[in-house]
Write a protein that binds this ligand. Structure first.
Ligand code: NDP
Ligand code: 2IT
Length: 445
Protein backbone atom coordinates (compact mmCIF):
# COMPACT_ATOMS: atom_id res chain seq x y z
CA UNK A 1 0.00 0.00 0.00
CA UNK A 2 1.36 3.45 -0.91
CA UNK A 3 -1.20 6.22 -1.28
CA UNK A 4 -3.52 4.73 1.32
CA UNK A 5 -0.92 3.52 3.86
CA UNK A 6 -1.59 6.51 6.10
CA UNK A 7 -5.33 5.75 6.11
CA UNK A 8 -4.61 2.19 7.30
CA UNK A 9 -2.21 3.50 9.94
CA UNK A 10 -4.86 5.87 11.26
CA UNK A 11 -7.39 3.01 11.47
CA UNK A 12 -5.08 0.79 13.53
CA UNK A 13 -4.12 3.67 15.78
CA UNK A 14 -7.63 4.91 16.34
CA UNK A 15 -9.12 1.43 16.87
CA UNK A 16 -6.49 -0.49 18.84
CA UNK A 17 -6.91 -4.27 19.15
CA UNK A 18 -9.84 -4.39 16.74
CA UNK A 19 -8.26 -7.12 14.63
CA UNK A 20 -11.32 -8.11 12.56
CA UNK A 21 -11.97 -4.46 11.70
CA UNK A 22 -8.33 -3.98 10.67
CA UNK A 23 -8.46 -7.14 8.55
CA UNK A 24 -11.57 -6.02 6.65
CA UNK A 25 -10.28 -2.47 6.10
CA UNK A 26 -6.80 -3.63 4.99
CA UNK A 27 -8.23 -5.91 2.30
CA UNK A 28 -10.38 -3.08 0.93
CA UNK A 29 -7.68 -0.39 1.02
CA UNK A 30 -5.24 -2.70 -0.76
CA UNK A 31 -7.82 -3.15 -3.52
CA UNK A 32 -8.46 0.59 -3.73
CA UNK A 33 -4.85 1.70 -4.28
CA UNK A 34 -5.31 1.93 -8.11
CA UNK A 35 -8.60 3.80 -7.58
CA UNK A 36 -6.78 6.38 -5.45
CA UNK A 37 -4.21 6.78 -8.22
CA UNK A 38 -6.92 7.41 -10.76
CA UNK A 39 -8.88 9.87 -8.58
CA UNK A 40 -6.67 12.56 -7.06
CA UNK A 41 -9.82 14.59 -6.34
CA UNK A 42 -10.98 11.85 -3.94
CA UNK A 43 -7.63 11.88 -2.19
CA UNK A 44 -7.83 15.67 -1.92
CA UNK A 45 -11.33 15.46 -0.42
CA UNK A 46 -10.00 12.79 1.96
CA UNK A 47 -12.79 10.42 0.88
CA UNK A 48 -10.77 7.38 1.99
CA UNK A 49 -10.24 8.56 5.59
CA UNK A 50 -13.89 9.54 5.86
CA UNK A 51 -14.97 6.19 4.42
CA UNK A 52 -13.23 4.14 7.16
CA UNK A 53 -14.61 6.19 10.07
CA UNK A 54 -18.18 5.28 11.09
CA UNK A 55 -20.65 8.17 10.94
CA UNK A 56 -22.03 7.18 14.33
CA UNK A 57 -21.36 4.43 16.92
CA UNK A 58 -23.93 3.64 19.57
CA UNK A 59 -23.01 1.39 22.50
CA UNK A 60 -25.59 0.74 25.18
CA UNK A 61 -26.50 -1.30 28.25
CA UNK A 62 -29.14 -4.00 27.85
CA UNK A 63 -30.51 -5.15 31.20
CA UNK A 64 -33.11 -7.93 31.30
CA UNK A 65 -34.55 -10.43 33.79
CA UNK A 66 -33.88 -14.16 33.32
CA UNK A 67 -36.25 -17.02 34.21
CA UNK A 68 -34.81 -17.22 37.73
CA UNK A 69 -35.69 -13.59 38.35
CA UNK A 70 -32.05 -12.55 38.17
CA UNK A 71 -31.00 -9.35 36.43
CA UNK A 72 -28.60 -9.88 33.52
CA UNK A 73 -26.60 -7.19 31.76
CA UNK A 74 -25.39 -7.32 28.15
CA UNK A 75 -23.82 -4.79 25.84
CA UNK A 76 -25.65 -3.58 22.74
CA UNK A 77 -24.17 -2.02 19.60
CA UNK A 78 -25.39 -0.22 16.52
CA UNK A 79 -22.73 1.10 14.18
CA UNK A 80 -24.22 3.50 11.62
CA UNK A 81 -21.30 3.40 9.23
CA UNK A 82 -22.34 5.14 6.04
CA UNK A 83 -25.48 6.86 4.79
CA UNK A 84 -23.87 8.01 1.54
CA UNK A 85 -26.26 6.13 -0.74
CA UNK A 86 -29.26 5.37 1.49
CA UNK A 87 -30.49 4.77 5.04
CA UNK A 88 -28.18 2.60 7.17
CA UNK A 89 -28.98 -1.05 6.53
CA UNK A 90 -27.57 -4.22 8.02
CA UNK A 91 -28.26 -7.03 10.42
CA UNK A 92 -28.15 -7.56 14.16
CA UNK A 93 -25.93 -10.33 15.52
CA UNK A 94 -26.54 -12.02 18.87
CA UNK A 95 -23.51 -14.10 19.84
CA UNK A 96 -21.23 -14.13 22.93
CA UNK A 97 -18.24 -13.18 20.73
CA UNK A 98 -19.80 -9.85 19.68
CA UNK A 99 -17.65 -6.79 20.37
CA UNK A 100 -16.91 -3.43 18.72
CA UNK A 101 -14.34 -4.93 16.33
CA UNK A 102 -16.76 -7.52 14.95
CA UNK A 103 -19.67 -5.12 14.55
CA UNK A 104 -17.40 -2.55 12.91
CA UNK A 105 -15.93 -5.02 10.41
CA UNK A 106 -19.43 -6.16 9.52
CA UNK A 107 -20.74 -2.58 9.22
CA UNK A 108 -17.79 -1.61 7.06
CA UNK A 109 -18.22 -4.53 4.65
CA UNK A 110 -21.94 -3.84 4.56
CA UNK A 111 -21.34 -0.42 2.91
CA UNK A 112 -19.74 -2.00 -0.15
CA UNK A 113 -22.05 -5.02 -0.22
CA UNK A 114 -25.12 -2.80 -0.15
CA UNK A 115 -23.67 -0.61 -2.87
CA UNK A 116 -23.07 -3.67 -5.05
CA UNK A 117 -26.76 -4.62 -4.89
CA UNK A 118 -27.50 -1.50 -6.94
CA UNK A 119 -30.24 -0.57 -4.46
CA UNK A 120 -30.32 2.63 -2.34
CA UNK A 121 -29.09 1.35 1.02
CA UNK A 122 -26.27 2.60 3.24
CA UNK A 123 -24.21 0.45 5.61
CA UNK A 124 -24.69 -0.41 9.28
CA UNK A 125 -24.58 -3.32 11.71
CA UNK A 126 -25.63 -4.04 15.27
CA UNK A 127 -25.68 -6.72 17.87
CA UNK A 128 -25.00 -7.83 21.37
CA UNK A 129 -22.88 -10.30 23.31
CA UNK A 130 -26.14 -11.94 24.49
CA UNK A 131 -26.05 -15.71 23.85
CA UNK A 132 -29.45 -17.00 22.70
CA UNK A 133 -28.29 -20.63 23.02
CA UNK A 134 -30.04 -22.44 25.86
CA UNK A 135 -32.30 -19.46 26.63
CA UNK A 136 -36.08 -19.88 26.87
CA UNK A 137 -38.41 -18.07 24.47
CA UNK A 138 -39.37 -15.78 27.35
CA UNK A 139 -35.75 -14.86 28.02
CA UNK A 140 -35.08 -14.17 24.35
CA UNK A 141 -38.22 -12.03 24.23
CA UNK A 142 -37.30 -9.97 27.29
CA UNK A 143 -33.79 -9.45 25.98
CA UNK A 144 -35.07 -8.35 22.54
CA UNK A 145 -37.58 -5.98 24.13
CA UNK A 146 -34.95 -4.37 26.33
CA UNK A 147 -32.56 -4.12 23.37
CA UNK A 148 -35.25 -2.35 21.33
CA UNK A 149 -36.07 0.14 24.07
CA UNK A 150 -32.71 1.76 23.37
CA UNK A 151 -32.33 0.87 19.67
CA UNK A 152 -35.71 2.43 18.82
CA UNK A 153 -34.26 5.87 19.55
CA UNK A 154 -31.78 5.52 16.71
CA UNK A 155 -33.60 3.68 13.90
CA UNK A 156 -36.53 4.30 11.54
CA UNK A 157 -37.81 3.25 8.13
CA UNK A 158 -35.95 6.17 6.49
CA UNK A 159 -33.03 6.30 8.95
CA UNK A 160 -31.70 2.85 9.76
CA UNK A 161 -33.33 -0.51 9.04
CA UNK A 162 -31.89 -3.51 10.93
CA UNK A 163 -32.46 -7.19 10.05
CA UNK A 164 -31.19 -10.63 11.10
CA UNK A 165 -27.69 -12.09 11.29
CA UNK A 166 -26.17 -14.82 13.48
CA UNK A 167 -28.59 -15.59 16.32
CA UNK A 168 -31.35 -13.40 14.90
CA UNK A 169 -34.07 -15.06 12.81
CA UNK A 170 -37.82 -14.79 12.53
CA UNK A 171 -38.48 -15.24 16.26
CA UNK A 172 -36.17 -12.42 17.32
CA UNK A 173 -37.31 -10.05 14.54
CA UNK A 174 -40.89 -10.59 15.74
CA UNK A 175 -40.08 -9.64 19.34
CA UNK A 176 -38.03 -6.64 18.21
CA UNK A 177 -40.76 -5.44 15.84
CA UNK A 178 -43.51 -5.82 18.44
CA UNK A 179 -41.60 -3.65 20.89
CA UNK A 180 -40.76 -0.99 18.29
CA UNK A 181 -44.44 -0.74 17.38
CA UNK A 182 -45.46 -0.27 21.01
CA UNK A 183 -42.82 2.37 21.63
CA UNK A 184 -43.49 4.40 18.48
CA UNK A 185 -47.13 3.60 17.73
CA UNK A 186 -46.07 3.17 14.11
CA UNK A 187 -46.48 0.24 11.73
CA UNK A 188 -43.57 0.84 9.37
CA UNK A 189 -40.87 -1.10 7.56
CA UNK A 190 -38.30 -0.41 10.28
CA UNK A 191 -36.96 -3.99 10.25
CA UNK A 192 -36.64 -6.54 7.48
CA UNK A 193 -36.91 -10.30 7.70
CA UNK A 194 -40.36 -9.79 9.22
CA UNK A 195 -42.98 -12.54 9.28
CA UNK A 196 -45.15 -12.74 6.16
CA UNK A 197 -48.22 -11.82 8.23
CA UNK A 198 -46.82 -8.45 9.24
CA UNK A 199 -44.97 -7.03 6.26
CA UNK A 200 -42.26 -9.57 5.51
CA UNK A 201 -41.22 -10.43 1.97
CA UNK A 202 -41.55 -13.83 0.39
CA UNK A 203 -38.11 -15.34 -0.35
CA UNK A 204 -36.26 -13.23 2.27
CA UNK A 205 -35.65 -16.37 4.37
CA UNK A 206 -34.11 -18.17 1.40
CA UNK A 207 -32.41 -15.15 -0.14
CA UNK A 208 -28.84 -15.25 1.18
CA UNK A 209 -28.30 -18.95 0.47
CA UNK A 210 -30.12 -18.87 -2.87
CA UNK A 211 -28.30 -15.69 -3.89
CA UNK A 212 -24.94 -17.25 -3.03
CA UNK A 213 -25.68 -20.12 -5.41
CA UNK A 214 -26.94 -17.79 -8.17
CA UNK A 215 -23.72 -15.79 -7.86
CA UNK A 216 -21.46 -18.85 -7.84
CA UNK A 217 -23.40 -20.42 -10.71
CA UNK A 218 -22.60 -17.36 -12.82
CA UNK A 219 -18.94 -17.35 -11.77
CA UNK A 220 -18.67 -21.10 -12.50
CA UNK A 221 -20.35 -20.68 -15.89
CA UNK A 222 -17.66 -18.20 -16.91
CA UNK A 223 -15.14 -21.01 -16.36
CA UNK A 224 -17.16 -23.68 -18.15
CA UNK A 225 -18.26 -25.32 -14.89
CA UNK A 226 -21.49 -25.66 -12.89
CA UNK A 227 -23.08 -27.08 -9.75
CA UNK A 228 -24.50 -29.95 -11.76
CA UNK A 229 -22.87 -33.17 -10.53
CA UNK A 230 -20.53 -31.30 -8.14
CA UNK A 231 -19.70 -32.51 -4.62
CA UNK A 232 -20.23 -29.59 -2.23
CA UNK A 233 -19.44 -28.90 1.43
CA UNK A 234 -21.37 -26.19 3.30
CA UNK A 235 -20.16 -25.07 6.71
CA UNK A 236 -22.72 -23.91 9.27
CA UNK A 237 -26.33 -25.08 9.51
CA UNK A 238 -28.11 -21.79 10.09
CA UNK A 239 -30.15 -19.59 7.80
CA UNK A 240 -27.51 -19.08 5.10
CA UNK A 241 -26.20 -22.66 5.10
CA UNK A 242 -29.63 -24.34 4.95
CA UNK A 243 -30.89 -22.42 1.92
CA UNK A 244 -27.52 -22.62 0.16
CA UNK A 245 -27.66 -26.42 0.57
CA UNK A 246 -31.25 -26.49 -0.68
CA UNK A 247 -30.35 -24.51 -3.82
CA UNK A 248 -27.21 -26.58 -4.50
CA UNK A 249 -29.43 -29.65 -4.67
CA UNK A 250 -31.91 -27.89 -6.98
CA UNK A 251 -28.99 -27.03 -9.28
CA UNK A 252 -27.91 -30.67 -9.43
CA UNK A 253 -25.08 -30.64 -6.87
CA UNK A 254 -24.66 -32.95 -3.88
CA UNK A 255 -23.98 -31.49 -0.40
CA UNK A 256 -22.05 -34.11 1.56
CA UNK A 257 -21.06 -32.18 4.71
CA UNK A 258 -22.48 -29.49 7.00
CA UNK A 259 -21.48 -28.26 10.48
CA UNK A 260 -22.30 -26.27 13.59
CA UNK A 261 -19.92 -24.75 16.12
CA UNK A 262 -19.36 -28.17 17.75
CA UNK A 263 -18.61 -30.42 14.78
CA UNK A 264 -19.59 -31.61 11.33
CA UNK A 265 -21.58 -34.38 9.69
CA UNK A 266 -20.58 -36.28 6.57
CA UNK A 267 -23.25 -38.03 4.53
CA UNK A 268 -21.89 -39.57 1.33
CA UNK A 269 -25.45 -40.16 0.08
CA UNK A 270 -26.08 -36.40 0.15
CA UNK A 271 -27.33 -34.49 3.18
CA UNK A 272 -31.07 -34.47 3.75
CA UNK A 273 -31.72 -30.75 4.15
CA UNK A 274 -35.24 -31.28 5.53
CA UNK A 275 -33.76 -33.16 8.50
CA UNK A 276 -31.36 -30.25 9.11
CA UNK A 277 -34.26 -27.81 8.90
CA UNK A 278 -36.26 -29.70 11.51
CA UNK A 279 -33.26 -30.13 13.82
CA UNK A 280 -32.06 -26.53 13.51
CA UNK A 281 -35.04 -24.33 12.67
CA UNK A 282 -37.71 -26.10 14.71
CA UNK A 283 -35.98 -28.01 17.51
CA UNK A 284 -32.85 -25.80 17.95
CA UNK A 285 -30.80 -29.00 18.29
CA UNK A 286 -27.13 -29.79 17.68
CA UNK A 287 -26.14 -31.13 14.24
CA UNK A 288 -24.74 -34.32 15.81
CA UNK A 289 -28.37 -35.53 16.12
CA UNK A 290 -28.53 -35.93 12.33
CA UNK A 291 -26.78 -39.32 12.45
CA UNK A 292 -29.63 -40.74 14.58
CA UNK A 293 -31.94 -40.34 11.56
CA UNK A 294 -29.42 -41.13 8.81
CA UNK A 295 -27.28 -44.12 9.83
CA UNK A 296 -25.14 -43.83 6.67
CA UNK A 297 -23.83 -40.49 7.99
CA UNK A 298 -21.03 -39.86 10.48
CA UNK A 299 -20.38 -37.06 12.99
CA UNK A 300 -16.97 -35.66 13.94
CA UNK A 301 -16.25 -33.23 16.78
CA UNK A 302 -14.53 -29.98 15.72
CA UNK A 303 -16.11 -27.75 13.08
CA UNK A 304 -12.88 -26.94 11.20
CA UNK A 305 -12.57 -30.62 10.20
CA UNK A 306 -15.20 -30.04 7.52
CA UNK A 307 -12.48 -28.61 5.23
CA UNK A 308 -10.77 -32.02 5.16
CA UNK A 309 -13.78 -33.47 3.34
CA UNK A 310 -12.97 -33.85 -0.35
CA UNK A 311 -15.16 -31.59 -2.47
CA UNK A 312 -15.39 -29.70 -5.77
CA UNK A 313 -17.02 -26.60 -4.29
CA UNK A 314 -16.82 -25.27 -0.71
CA UNK A 315 -19.36 -22.80 0.67
CA UNK A 316 -18.30 -21.41 4.08
CA UNK A 317 -21.58 -20.19 5.63
CA UNK A 318 -20.90 -20.07 9.39
CA UNK A 319 -18.72 -17.21 10.64
CA UNK A 320 -15.60 -15.04 10.21
CA UNK A 321 -12.14 -16.61 9.82
CA UNK A 322 -13.49 -20.17 9.86
CA UNK A 323 -11.36 -21.15 6.83
CA UNK A 324 -7.61 -20.57 7.32
CA UNK A 325 -4.48 -21.13 5.26
CA UNK A 326 -4.11 -24.79 6.32
CA UNK A 327 -7.71 -25.50 5.35
CA UNK A 328 -7.20 -23.74 2.02
CA UNK A 329 -4.15 -25.90 1.28
CA UNK A 330 -6.12 -29.05 2.04
CA UNK A 331 -9.06 -27.98 -0.12
CA UNK A 332 -6.77 -27.16 -3.06
CA UNK A 333 -4.86 -30.44 -2.67
CA UNK A 334 -8.21 -32.28 -2.72
CA UNK A 335 -9.16 -30.70 -6.05
CA UNK A 336 -11.63 -28.05 -4.86
CA UNK A 337 -12.11 -25.61 -7.74
CA UNK A 338 -14.54 -23.05 -6.31
CA UNK A 339 -15.18 -21.34 -2.96
CA UNK A 340 -18.16 -19.07 -2.32
CA UNK A 341 -18.37 -17.04 0.88
CA UNK A 342 -21.89 -17.25 2.32
CA UNK A 343 -20.70 -15.98 5.70
CA UNK A 344 -19.02 -12.60 6.20
CA UNK A 345 -15.20 -12.80 5.94
CA UNK A 346 -15.14 -16.58 6.57
CA UNK A 347 -11.80 -16.90 4.76
CA UNK A 348 -8.62 -15.46 6.28
CA UNK A 349 -6.58 -13.11 4.06
CA UNK A 350 -3.86 -15.75 3.61
CA UNK A 351 -6.37 -18.40 2.58
CA UNK A 352 -8.12 -16.08 0.12
CA UNK A 353 -4.78 -15.22 -1.51
CA UNK A 354 -3.97 -18.92 -1.87
CA UNK A 355 -7.28 -19.56 -3.63
CA UNK A 356 -6.72 -16.68 -6.04
CA UNK A 357 -3.10 -17.71 -6.77
CA UNK A 358 -4.29 -21.24 -7.50
CA UNK A 359 -7.05 -20.07 -9.84
CA UNK A 360 -9.83 -21.36 -7.60
CA UNK A 361 -13.06 -19.50 -8.50
CA UNK A 362 -13.40 -17.33 -5.39
CA UNK A 363 -16.65 -15.49 -4.63
CA UNK A 364 -15.99 -12.88 -1.91
CA UNK A 365 -18.67 -12.35 0.75
CA UNK A 366 -19.54 -8.77 -0.14
CA UNK A 367 -20.60 -9.90 -3.58
CA UNK A 368 -21.59 -13.52 -3.04
CA UNK A 369 -23.80 -13.12 0.05
CA UNK A 370 -25.41 -9.80 -0.95
CA UNK A 371 -28.66 -11.57 -1.86
CA UNK A 372 -29.92 -11.37 1.73
CA UNK A 373 -29.64 -7.64 2.09
CA UNK A 374 -30.77 -7.11 -1.51
CA UNK A 375 -33.99 -8.93 -0.70
CA UNK A 376 -34.26 -6.89 2.49
CA UNK A 377 -34.20 -3.80 0.28
CA UNK A 378 -36.94 -5.41 -1.83
CA UNK A 379 -38.90 -5.88 1.42
CA UNK A 380 -38.46 -2.15 2.12
CA UNK A 381 -39.78 -1.32 -1.36
CA UNK A 382 -42.83 -3.55 -0.86
CA UNK A 383 -43.48 -1.96 2.56
CA UNK A 384 -43.30 1.53 1.03
CA UNK A 385 -45.75 0.53 -1.69
CA UNK A 386 -47.94 -1.36 0.82
CA UNK A 387 -47.93 -4.23 -1.64
CA UNK A 388 -46.30 -7.64 -1.87
CA UNK A 389 -44.74 -9.49 -4.74
CA UNK A 390 -45.04 -13.26 -5.27
CA UNK A 391 -42.21 -15.64 -4.39
CA UNK A 392 -41.41 -16.03 -8.08
CA UNK A 393 -41.23 -12.25 -8.61
CA UNK A 394 -38.86 -11.72 -5.68
CA UNK A 395 -36.74 -14.74 -6.61
CA UNK A 396 -36.41 -13.51 -10.22
CA UNK A 397 -35.32 -10.05 -9.02
CA UNK A 398 -32.82 -11.67 -6.64
CA UNK A 399 -31.34 -13.74 -9.45
CA UNK A 400 -31.03 -10.66 -11.68
CA UNK A 401 -29.30 -8.75 -8.89
CA UNK A 402 -26.79 -11.55 -8.26
CA UNK A 403 -25.95 -11.88 -11.97
CA UNK A 404 -25.45 -8.09 -12.14
CA UNK A 405 -23.18 -8.14 -9.11
CA UNK A 406 -21.07 -10.86 -10.71
CA UNK A 407 -20.85 -8.91 -13.99
CA UNK A 408 -19.95 -5.63 -12.26
CA UNK A 409 -17.28 -7.22 -10.05
CA UNK A 410 -15.84 -9.17 -12.94
CA UNK A 411 -15.77 -6.12 -15.26
CA UNK A 412 -14.15 -3.93 -12.59
CA UNK A 413 -11.46 -6.59 -12.09
CA UNK A 414 -10.78 -6.61 -15.82
CA UNK A 415 -10.75 -2.80 -16.06
CA UNK A 416 -8.17 -2.55 -13.28
CA UNK A 417 -5.92 -5.25 -14.77
CA UNK A 418 -6.63 -8.09 -12.32
CA UNK A 419 -8.93 -10.29 -14.40
CA UNK A 420 -10.77 -13.00 -12.38
CA UNK A 421 -9.89 -11.38 -9.05
CA UNK A 422 -13.42 -10.88 -7.76
CA UNK A 423 -12.17 -9.65 -4.38
CA UNK A 424 -10.59 -6.58 -5.93
CA UNK A 425 -13.38 -6.27 -8.50
CA UNK A 426 -16.14 -6.27 -5.86
CA UNK A 427 -14.30 -3.82 -3.63
CA UNK A 428 -13.76 -1.38 -6.49
CA UNK A 429 -17.23 -1.71 -8.02
CA UNK A 430 -18.87 -1.21 -4.61
CA UNK A 431 -16.64 1.69 -3.63
CA UNK A 432 -16.98 3.85 -6.79
CA UNK A 433 -20.69 4.51 -6.22
CA UNK A 434 -20.18 5.34 -2.54
CA UNK A 435 -17.23 7.64 -3.29
CA UNK A 436 -19.15 9.47 -6.01
CA UNK A 437 -22.07 9.98 -3.62
CA UNK A 438 -19.80 11.22 -0.82
CA UNK A 439 -18.00 13.59 -3.18
CA UNK A 440 -21.27 14.97 -4.54
CA UNK A 441 -22.67 15.59 -1.05
CA UNK A 442 -19.70 17.68 0.12
CA UNK A 443 -18.24 17.94 3.58
CA UNK A 444 -20.36 19.11 6.50
CA UNK A 445 -18.56 21.28 9.03
P1 NDP B 1 -27.41 -18.46 12.01
O1 NDP B 1 -27.40 -18.01 13.41
O2 NDP B 1 -28.69 -18.84 11.39
O3 NDP B 1 -26.41 -19.68 11.82
C1 NDP B 1 -25.06 -19.58 12.14
C2 NDP B 1 -24.39 -20.89 11.90
O4 NDP B 1 -22.99 -20.72 12.00
C3 NDP B 1 -24.76 -21.96 12.91
O5 NDP B 1 -24.67 -23.21 12.33
C4 NDP B 1 -23.68 -21.76 13.98
O6 NDP B 1 -23.47 -22.91 14.77
C5 NDP B 1 -22.48 -21.46 13.14
N1 NDP B 1 -21.55 -20.61 13.91
C6 NDP B 1 -21.82 -19.40 14.45
N2 NDP B 1 -20.75 -18.93 15.12
C7 NDP B 1 -19.80 -19.84 14.96
C8 NDP B 1 -18.47 -19.94 15.41
N3 NDP B 1 -17.91 -18.95 16.16
N4 NDP B 1 -17.77 -21.05 15.05
C9 NDP B 1 -18.33 -22.03 14.31
N5 NDP B 1 -19.60 -21.99 13.86
C10 NDP B 1 -20.31 -20.93 14.19
O7 NDP B 1 -26.71 -17.29 11.17
P2 NDP B 1 -26.76 -16.98 9.63
O8 NDP B 1 -26.87 -18.24 8.85
O9 NDP B 1 -27.74 -15.92 9.42
O10 NDP B 1 -25.31 -16.34 9.39
C11 NDP B 1 -24.17 -17.10 9.02
C12 NDP B 1 -23.14 -16.19 8.37
O11 NDP B 1 -23.72 -15.56 7.21
C13 NDP B 1 -22.66 -15.03 9.25
O12 NDP B 1 -21.33 -14.74 8.92
C14 NDP B 1 -23.54 -13.87 8.80
O13 NDP B 1 -22.94 -12.63 9.06
C15 NDP B 1 -23.61 -14.15 7.31
N6 NDP B 1 -24.72 -13.55 6.58
C16 NDP B 1 -26.02 -13.70 6.98
C17 NDP B 1 -27.03 -13.15 6.22
C18 NDP B 1 -28.46 -13.35 6.57
O14 NDP B 1 -29.31 -12.88 5.82
N7 NDP B 1 -28.81 -14.04 7.65
C19 NDP B 1 -26.76 -12.34 5.04
C20 NDP B 1 -25.36 -12.30 4.66
C21 NDP B 1 -24.41 -12.87 5.43
P3 NDP B 1 -24.09 -22.97 16.27
O15 NDP B 1 -25.54 -23.18 16.07
O16 NDP B 1 -23.39 -24.11 16.91
O17 NDP B 1 -23.76 -21.66 16.91
O1 2IT C 1 -24.65 -9.58 6.48
C1 2IT C 1 -25.73 -9.30 5.94
O2 2IT C 1 -25.79 -8.83 4.80
C2 2IT C 1 -26.95 -9.56 6.70
N1 2IT C 1 -26.89 -10.06 7.81
C3 2IT C 1 -28.30 -9.17 6.12
C4 2IT C 1 -28.59 -7.73 6.40
C5 2IT C 1 -29.95 -7.25 5.99
O3 2IT C 1 -30.20 -6.06 6.25
O4 2IT C 1 -30.74 -7.99 5.44
Amino acid sequence: MKLLANVMEQVTKRNPNETEFHQAVREVLESLEPVAEKHPEWLKANIFSRFVEPERQIIFRVAWVDDNGEVQVNRGFRIQFSSAIGPYKGGIRLHPSVNASIIKFLGFEQILKNSLTGLPIGGGKGGSDFDPKGKSDGEVMRFCQSFMVELSKHIGADTDVPAGDIGVGGREIGYLYGMYKRLRNEFTGVLTGKGLEYGGSLARTEATGYGLCYFMDEALKAKGKSFNGAIVTVSGSGNVAIYAAQKVRQLGGKVVAMSDSNGYIYDPAGINVETIQILKEVERQRISKYVEFHPGATYQEGCAGIWNVKCDIALPCATQNELDEEAAKTLIANGCYAVGEGANMPTTAEAANLFIENKVVFGPAKAANAGGVATSALEMSQNSMRYSWSFEEVDAKLKDIMVNIYNNASEAAKEYGVEDNLVVGANIAGFIKVANAMYAQGIAY
